[in-house]
Design a protein around this ligand. Structure first.
Ligand SMILES: C[S@@+](CC[C@H](N)C(=O)[O-])C[C@H]1O[C@@H](n2cnc3c(N)ncnc32)[C@H](O)[C@@H]1O
Length: 231
């Protein structure tokens, strides 16, 4: 097993070159998810006495779901809420790294191979840092990570729309979908029009399905980074 490690949130994660390297901006997704999950556990899961199901789509090294697990596991036990946490990735080699990280960090997260949410039937929370970069900027950037981890289609938002559609049928009533996005970065490539289209397409698609939209959360550079939807 290669030994390249990356510090993310509160831990070191094994991250060889062939997997997506965890980025500091994704720590915001973890923070926001923990905040919403804690509230949800008290208000929804506990009174309903239901199993809490969390899914991480495109889990990569597993850094998002393992970090969330480590912060909420104690609370789940105190509130006596049974739980299941699942990281999904389309790449088997990547999944093996996530399983390794989970073992090293003593987490009880399961990892499954699959295309977006296809492996699961139900979830309370879905978190994802999906491939979201437009192929239109392919020649203008130099990113070392494998292309399938970065590019979300010609416009960039194609994978996100598929994810939102699947999330709508998988989410329980009141369940949440949190997605990391990067459309604000398009303005640095003089692609302001695509940026506006990107945001409009995602928001109108989710709204037409009947999902409730929250204001996007900005990162430390004041770029809209996390989208929050509730069923
Ligand atoms: C941007 S990386 C995020 C990795 C990790 N969650 C993180 O934040 O560091 C996207 C991940 O999604 C996976 N992926 C790409 N397309 C997918 C699909 N259709 N279904 C499931 N996973 C996919 C890639 O293999 C990659 O690990």
């Amino acid at each position: 097993m290669e030994e390249k490690k990356v510090f993310f949130f509160e831990d070191y994660f094994l991250a060889p070159e062939y997997v997506f390297q965890p980025r500091p901006e994704t720590e915001l997704l973890v923070e926001i998810a923990i905040e919403h999950i804690k509230k949800y556990l008290y208000e929804i899961s506990k009174p309903k006495k239901e199993k809490f199901i969390l899914a991480d789509v495109g889990t990569g090294t597993g850094c998002i779901i393992i970090s969330i697990y480590k912060k909420i596991e104690k609370l789940l036990n105190i509130l006596e809420i049974p739980y299941k946490m699942i990281g999904i990735d389309i790449d088997m080699k990547t999944l093996k790294i996530a399983v390794h990280n989970s073992k090293i960090l003593n987490s009880r997260v399961d990892f499954v191979l699959g295309n977006l949410l296809e492996p699961i039937k139900q979830a309370d929370f879905i978190v994802s840092n999906p491939p979201y970069v437009s192929l239109k900027v392919k020649d203008k950037i130099s990113i070392p990570d494998p292309p399938h981890t970065i590019f979300g289609g010609e416009k960039g938002y194609e994978t996100i729309l598929k994810l939102i559609a699947q999330a709508y049928s998988v989410l329980k009533e009141n369940g949440f979908l949190l997605i990391e996005v990067g459309y604000d970065d398009l303005k640095f490539f003089d692609l302001e029009e695509l940026k506006n289209e990107y945001k409009k397409e995602i928001f109108s698609f989710a709204k037409n399905l009947g999902l409730k939209l929250f204001p996007p959360v900005k990162d430390y550079n004041k770029l809209e980074r996390i989208l929050i939807f509730q069923k």
